[in-house]
Ligand binder design. Sequence first.
Ligand SMILES: [Zn+2]
Length: 269
Amino acid sequence: MNKEFFTQPLTSLCATLCDFAGVTPPEHAAPLCDELKQSLISQSGVSKTDRILMYNPDAVADYIYDKYADKFALCEQIAPVRQRFITVFPPKTPVCFASMYTGAAPEKHGITKYEKPVVTIDSIFDAFIRAGKKPCIVSVKNQSMDKIFRGRDMAYFSEKYDDEVVERALELMDKDEYDLLCVYNQRYDDSIHRTWPTSARSRHALDCYASSFVKLGEKVKTCWQNHDTLIGFAPDHGVHRMLIGLGNHSSNIPQDMNISHLYGIIPKK
Ligand SMILES: [Zn+2]
């Protein structure tokens, strides 16, 4: 396990995605992550993409990713660029997703604890809409990603649970109407709170995340052949096991703060 904190801030992701889309980043977004930008360009030879598919699997810590790396082998074939980020504090779901998609620190976007108000500062969704592009969020109903970016002139789909979210996303990809599609899943986060980060139930949740991401990646290859697509596997925060045995994430420790994302560009045919 990595005992040091990673240094690349998660807030730099937002401007990086905007750069690939040719969209001016939201007002308070941190500067882009040049390391990720250059790696993706050298991986694909593509520097601009007209589709972005973000898969947001909740709570996959960097060390958990490493421990079960074999589960993610097929994901890495789709998205071969691994980018390590330090998430924002406190490492709670709405705090982290608000920073991921505004590029701003918690004090700036206003969510600094576990609560799910609508984020009112400029976000990637506003930036895409201003650029004439169509964003869409598909989430489990009432979860952070379902609630905190409401109020924009964009599409939202609220589903029963992870499988329904993925099914909806695949259906939307068939229709090919959205330029930025964010797809939220939560099974691992649910499991670590009820059991612990390496329980059989939690390991199964990681398998589900991996197979869902592969399904989405395969769908890009078949349905979005006319587009250059940036695809990402992008968790919000990590997890640790408490002394009482259950998993949790709220501490300023590398287990909770260090995350690994996967990215790839699938060029058009
Ligand atoms: Zn979370």
